[in-house]
Design a protein around this ligand. Structure first.
Ligand SMILES: Nc1ncnc2c1ncn2[C@@H]1O[C@H](COP(=O)(O)OP(=O)(O)OP(=O)(O)O)[C@@H](O)[C@H]1O
Length: 537
């Protein structure tokens, strides 16, 4: 029997109310038992006179989205006495509650990838029916019960909205007028929360990205750490913090997919349909690359890594450790001392950190002497060359000079391998101007060393005449699709000229992207390129 300050009825729509399962801003949810057939359900009650009658809104969306995987069924709804009610499938605990109860600071990578795959699929379903969720958060993702406990359900459609007008079947219009934000403090997109933009599909996706990054960040995203803002000043502070957080800072130390996903969502146009499939596959691949099963089934509590990870694999932590170089050196030294069978721990490209430069006078305070600590990757190609000690820019400049003098494919392949290694070694995955200069030189060697090559990246602004000139090639594909195609096609490139053309397209695609980051497909392309050069040698 419900105990409350509200005088909730004992029975609502034939359901005898039992214990309270959760409470929201203006209502509560009870387990209910059908008095006629004993079936259980969740009964969501809200006083009819609340300022924001979300139950009344919510019931409008069920007919449109019901039947989708991970969408609860609506069994009954209406008004009884002073309460607006919804009777929906009884489900299990929310991700918020599971995570809190685990007492952990971060969630494991496998669980986060499964959440990513499932929640993106839920959005694909909802968006496919013309509905935005607009309140993506851990409390609104709940697991099923019994045989469905691996399945993540989306709940709480009280803030949802049809973005496809039900009469005209057209997308709702954008507006330049800033609007009051709708959603939640933690995960609502920067555009909607901090800039007052009209929410669309991209904002649901960005909320997912922020939620995933939050789960992988010790202590969570920085603006979530002071609790819910209670005053306007606190809210303003939160907005400033959220707004200034750059993807590369939020995702430092995480697998590159998370930063790419966040950037992707933020680049989407107002009416754009996100490529859900692409991202589900990215997170699936990330699972595979880390030795996990690639199923999206959410297993909680997480399995012991020894059980779900093939023998001999070393598991990456949910987050690569340090924010601080001094800590990093300590951890790397410890790692170097570990005796883990015959496998060189640091040789795994995903986990590899070849070298770390640490300033002798601690951090960046001094610009004098630098102590360099180099840990070998165990990779034959770099051993003995001593070049891992060079700063990234100098190393890339040296490679540019080398590539300009190389005359055969085998040697070109070696230089490309070293280029990849330099990019992998450094924390920032941005293609710098030195890296672009290397690509220019590589192109020249592959195409015709005697011709003048117009630099791929110049200091001209992005919308300059030159950028516009290149635009048709760049616009043809979104970055990820283009890189995927390049990665696929380089294996069958007929000759050096064809590869040279791909290098240009590769550079143009990365240059066009907002972060100029090197993605997994980008690395795969470079690897494929060097392999192809060897077979064409
Ligand atoms: N069908 C369900 N089965 C089991 N528990 C549920 C169910 N629906 C909701 N809950 C629990 O109740 C909590 C609140 O649910 P919900 O978000 O739908 O309510 P709300 O009043 O709209 O909340 P808010 O004010 O946060 O938007 C959920 O986090 C979950 O723990």
């Amino acid at each position: 029997m419900p105990e409350t300050q509200h005088d909730y009825p004992d029975v609502v729509a034939n359901y005898l109310l039992q214990e309270c399962l959760g409470s929201g801003f203006s209502g509560s949810i009870f387990r209910g038992v059908n008095v006629y057939n004993g079936q259980q359900a969740a009964v969501k009650l809200q006083p009819v006179d609340v300022d924001c009658p979300t139950n009344m809104f919510e019931r409008n969306f069920y007919p449109a989205i019901q039947g989708g995987m991970g969408i609860p069924s609506l069994h009954a709804c209406g008004v009884q006495g002073k309460y607006d009610y919804l009777v929906i499938d009884l489900l299990g605990p929310s991700l918020d509650s599971l995570f809190r109860k685990s007492g952990k600071d971060v969630m494991d990578l496998r669980s986060v990838c499964c959440i990513a795959m499932q929640v993106i699929s839920r959005l694909e379903h909802m968006h496919g029916k013309g509905v935005l969720h607009r309140d993506i958060q851990l409390g609104n993702c709940v697991v099923g019960l019994g045989s469905n406990k691996w399945l993540i359900y989306m709940i709480d459609f009280g803030f949802s909205k049809f973005f496809i007008d039900q009469t005209t079947r057209r997308h709702i219009p954008d507006s330049k007028e800033p609007r009051d934000f709708i959603g939640n403090y933690w995960f609502t997109s920067v555009g909607v929360h901090c800039k007052g933009k009209v929410p669309s599909r991209r904002d649901d996706m960005e909320a997912v990205a922020l939620m995933l990054i939050h789960l992988l960040t010790p202590g969570g995203l920085s603006w979530t750490r002071n609790g819910v803002p209670r005053t306007d000043a606190e809210h303003d502070r939160l907005i400033r913090e959220k707004r200034k957080a750059r993807p590369e800072d939020l995702c430092r130390g995480l697998p590159a997919e998370f930063e790419e996903f966040l950037r992707y969502c933020r680049r989407l146009k107002f009416e754009a349909c996100p490529d859900y499939n692409y991202w589900v596959n990215e997170f699936r691949e990330l699972l595979g690359e880390n030795g996990y099963p690639t199923s999206s089934r959410f297993v909680w509590p997480p399995l012991d890594p020894k059980v779900c990870c093939p023998a001999g694999r070393t598991m990456p932590p949910a987050r690569r450790p340090p924010a601080n170089d001094t800590d990093m050196v300590g951890i790397l030294n410890e790692l170097a001392n570990l005796q883990i069978g015959e496998r060189p721990v640091l040789a795994n490209r995903n986990a590899m950190v070849n070298g770390v430069r640490v300033n002798a006078a601690e951090g960046k305070k001094s610009n004098t002497t630098e102590t360099t600590i180099v840990l070998s990757s165990g990779d034959e190609n770099t051993q003995g060359k001593g070049s891992a000690q060079l700063p990234k820019a100098a190393h890339l400049a040296k490679l540019r000079r080398t590539v300009s003098q190389v005359t055969n494919n085998e040697a070109l392949a070696e230089v490309v391998d070293e280029f990849v290694q330099v990019l992998q070694t450094h924390r920032s995955r941005t293609l710098t101007k030195e890296a672009f200069a290397f690509l220019d030189a590589l192109y020249k060697q592959l195409a015709d060393p005697s011709v003048y090559v117009r630099p791929m990246r110049t200091s001209l602004p992005r919308d300059s005449a030159e950028a516009r000139e290149n635009a048709p090639v760049q616009r043809r594909y979104a970055k990820q699709n283009k890189l995927w195609l390049l990665r696929r096609d380089v294996a069958r490139a007929r000759n050096n000229q064809a590869i040279a053309q791909m290098v240009v397209e590769f550079g143009a695609t990365i240059n066009k992207s907002s972060g100029r980051t090197i993605t997994k497909d980008a690395f795969a392309f470079l690897d494929g390129l060097s392999e192809r050069l060897r077979t064409l040698a």
